[in-house]
Design a protein around this ligand. Sequence first.
Ligand SMILES: Nc1ncnc2c1ncn2[C@@H]1O[C@H](COP(=O)(O)OP(=O)(O)O)[C@@H](O)[C@H]1O
Ligand SMILES: [Mg+2]
Length: 198
Amino acid sequence: MFVTFEGIDGSGKSTQAALLAAVLRAEGREVVETREPGGTPLGERIRGLLLGDGEIVPFAEAALFAAARAQLVADVIRPALDRGADVVCDRFIDSSLAYQGLARGLGLDAVLELNAPALGSLLPDRTFLLLVPPAESAGRATGRPDRIEREGLAFLERVDRAYRELAAALPARITMLDGGLAPTQLARAIRDELRALA
Ligand SMILES: Nc1ncnc2c1ncn2[C@@H]1O[C@H](COP(=O)(O)OP(=O)(O)O)[C@@H](O)[C@H]1O
Ligand SMILES: [Mg+2]
């Protein structure tokens, strides 16, 4: 199965992705853990461009994410799913829809069109959206904020609203979770929900 984690920075995505991968491995499953942007040599170079300094116009930002995604799907995600492994990905298409499509205003259709060749028919089997109040997320984030994290609270609030809109529109795939719960509690809820899938 293909599982993705979404949410603003500091919402707990990397924590839950690692916990889920560990739980699935303990059950004897093969798990490939990856992240966006990144996950391939090209993708990690694109990550450096995206998160480094300097202005990037919204369409260029969306195109760079789509390019990194195309490489990740072809080299990592599809081969893993084809051999029966589980894939756990920290951010995926919904990040582009929320950040570039809605928060930056490119529009969902434009972002979907740009990403269609990268995805083919691939979508996550389940996406977990971790919700934390934008004003609290900054206090949780560690390390030096990257280019996107430096956008400020108003931008984070747009992203938060965008994610909630997507989850409301796609309830069969996207599950909203209270990111304020304890990590172990969240991990249990996530594993339980996935039991219905495989
Ligand atoms: N459920 C949680 N409750 C409180 N703090 C958390 C929780 N999950 C993660 N954290 C902490 O919040 C910070 C950001 O978590 P992280 O998983 O890196 O978020 P993200 O990958 O979404 O940016 C880390 O310091 C982490 O230890
Ligand atoms: Mg993270």
